[in-house]
Design a binder for this molecule. Sequence first.
Ligand code: NCD
Ligand code: ZN
Length: 348
Amino acid sequence: MTRPDDWHLHLRDGVVLRSVVGDSARQFARAIIMPNLKPPVTSTADALAYRDRILAALAASGVPEGAFTPLMTLYLTDKTPADEIRRAQASGVVHGVKLYPAGATTNSDSGVTDLLGNCRATLAVMQDCGLPLLMHGEVTDPDVDLFDREAVFIERVMQPLRAAFPALKVVFEHLTTEQGVAYVREADGPIAATITAHHLLYNRNALFKGGLRPHWYCLPVLKRERHRLALLAAATSDSPRFFLGTDSAPHPRGAKEQDCGCAGCYTARHAMALYATAFESVGRLDRLEAFASLNGPAFYGLPANTGTLTLERVAEHVPTALPLADAEVVPLAAGESLPWRLAETPTA
Ligand code: NCD
Ligand code: ZN
């Protein structure tokens, strides 16, 4: 297949970055790099510096120069100046601005408290210059049930935003519900959505199978089976609005196996095998290339990759743990066997 891209990836920083970056570079040619570091990546200068650290980590991991391109993002705050958007656009390396509703997920404390109340000038410039808004689509209202937060976000945030800025490019990140699928499929204007491998493969039963399983805990949380089936139908449909975003989010084992464990699933190492498994489960391997390699670049206004990636139908065991700096990370589906594996190093 045409070499794929990952349109939603957490690479972290420092020694963790060096542990994980090779896993993505082995499969993907490019990735949208999420900005939720501590402190977050809020300026173009921060994004350029972070990009340099990623390029250094790639070189240290033996990835040939140019074989993997990090597409940088800014973390939107209540105070992001409109001018920062112009600088970001002019840099040529920033490809989106990420909305974290304050308190919605890992490292979202600096996120936005009132999107249309506080960010109008900034959103207007994004709309003008075509820089997409990448949205974590969950409300944080404690009165809204955790499993309903995406559906409520559509009414309370997404629809008012898109009525006010109808030409703003929007990516509904890590879509998890049938309501989200219906909205993205039918809405007018420039909208798309990323879908993770774990939301295609698992429903919320996975969190409780035989006991409490923290390595299946991510945000937005896994939903009911009917939502998983809606996501699978969307990903394998002929709509160009749905594309691959792993949301691979490494946390050291100890940060997940504790009294208040972090959200995030580590899927980068086996990402394409996981997606191939999901697509094959509904007999739609023929749609994998559009989802993984064509729809994303078309939405972002970038060319598709020229290289290829080959998967082969040979079972591969997922290790029970992988090294992560001086600790370890438990990958999704640890200890299980996947029917697909990478056949060879991708071509450039
Ligand atoms: C992500 C992380 O750990 O940074 N966690 C997650 O569960 N997906 C943050 C995010 O994308 O929400
Ligand atoms: Zn994420």
